[in-house]
Design a protein around this ligand. Structure first.
Ligand code: GUN
Length: 292
């Protein structure tokens, strides 16, 4: 079987082009109104610094304003909560993104809870999670939204398909399952305590791998023709070259002969997360103005 490699970079570029056009139109129609994203980074985690830089670049590419708030690792929870209160109250800020993980002295959930749900462009606030899970208008988490778009690139009708979500995090696994359910899939969730994961994989028409372990899902487990979406971004050292490289949660080369379609790492889900963040920021701006 010839597998389709789903090009997340191309789909994300198309989305950002469409968003840029909508932003232009918004500016013309509404006296220069420009969506604004505030990005908050606490500490100096190198991976987070890269993600934040990419988010800022994406803002520029679609015509948003973006502001960065880089705080030292020793920032207290109260200091961070004070910044969030200030951003909640700022009419120039339509979206607030606090890059995770936060230093261990700060309670992440308390920080997420403090963000105005209408500005919660990550879709992590309990109000948005609740609304999304019962199908009400909300800002939905970006990575699972991006995965849904990539799945629909290769399969429009998901009704009755067996979907397996491997990983039960609040930011990917759980919302992913509820989006697949909304698309009428029969959804199974697997996690670290699941017995016989290969057997679960063998039944699945769609597999979402989001467990954060390099090349954990083996090619031989995958049903012939399945759609495989790899959310993992793991930095490992290549044993042959000694160089550092990014790999997903799926053993890509092994999986390729079995799958119908698969996302690569890098260049699959990653760019989609950022494109969906831009989409959420535009949606948040419309919601705050009563247009959505
Ligand atoms: N850290 C890793 N992924 C994400 C994300 O999607 N949003 C935020 N805020 N932090 C992250």
């Amino acid at each position: 079987m010839t597998a389709q490699i789903i090009d997340g970079r191309a789909v994300a570029a198309r989305m950002k082009q469409e968003l840029a056009a909508q932003v232009c139109e918004m500016k013309q129609r509404h006296d220069g109104l420009t969506p604004g994203l505030a990005v908050v980074l606490v500490g100096e985690d190198p991976a987070s610094q890269v993600y934040v830089r990419n988010k800022k670049l994406a803002c520029e590419s679609v015509g948003f304003r973006s502001t960065s708030h880089t705080l030292p690792a020793a920032t207290t929870q109260d200091e961070l909560l004070a910044l969030i209160a200030q951003l909640n109250a700022d009419p120039m800020v339509n979206g607030i993104l606090v890059q995770l993980p936060l230093p261990s002295a700060i309670n992440e959930q308390m920080v997420i809870n403090a963000i105005d749900p209408l500005k919660d462009v990550d879709g992590f606030h309990p109000v948005n999670i609740g609304c999304q899970s019962i199908g009400l208008a909300s800002l939905a988490p970006c990575t699972p939204s991006g995965c849904m778009i990539l799945i629909e690139e290769v399969e429009k009708d998901l009704s009755g398909k067996k979907a397996l979500v491997v990983g039960r995090s609040n930011i990917v696994g759980k919302p992913m399952a509820s989006m697949l359910l909304k698309a009428n899939c029969t959804v199974t969730m697997a996690h670290s305590r699941t017995r016989n994961l290969p057997e679960e994989c063998a039944q699945a028409d769609i597999i979402i791998a989001a467990l954060g372990r390099p090349a954990f899902l083996r090619g031989a487990w995958i049903k012939e023709g399945a759609i495989v979406i790899d959310v993992g971004i793991n930095r490992v050292t290549n044993e042959e070259t000694g160089k550092s490289q990014l790999v997903g949660d799926v053993a890509f080369d092994e999986a390729l002969p079995h799958v119908g379609a698969i996302t690569p790492v890098p260049g699959g889900v990653g760019p989609m997360t950022i494109a969906c963040l831009m989409q959420n920021t535009l949606k948040a701006t419309k919601m705050q103005n009563g247009w959505a």
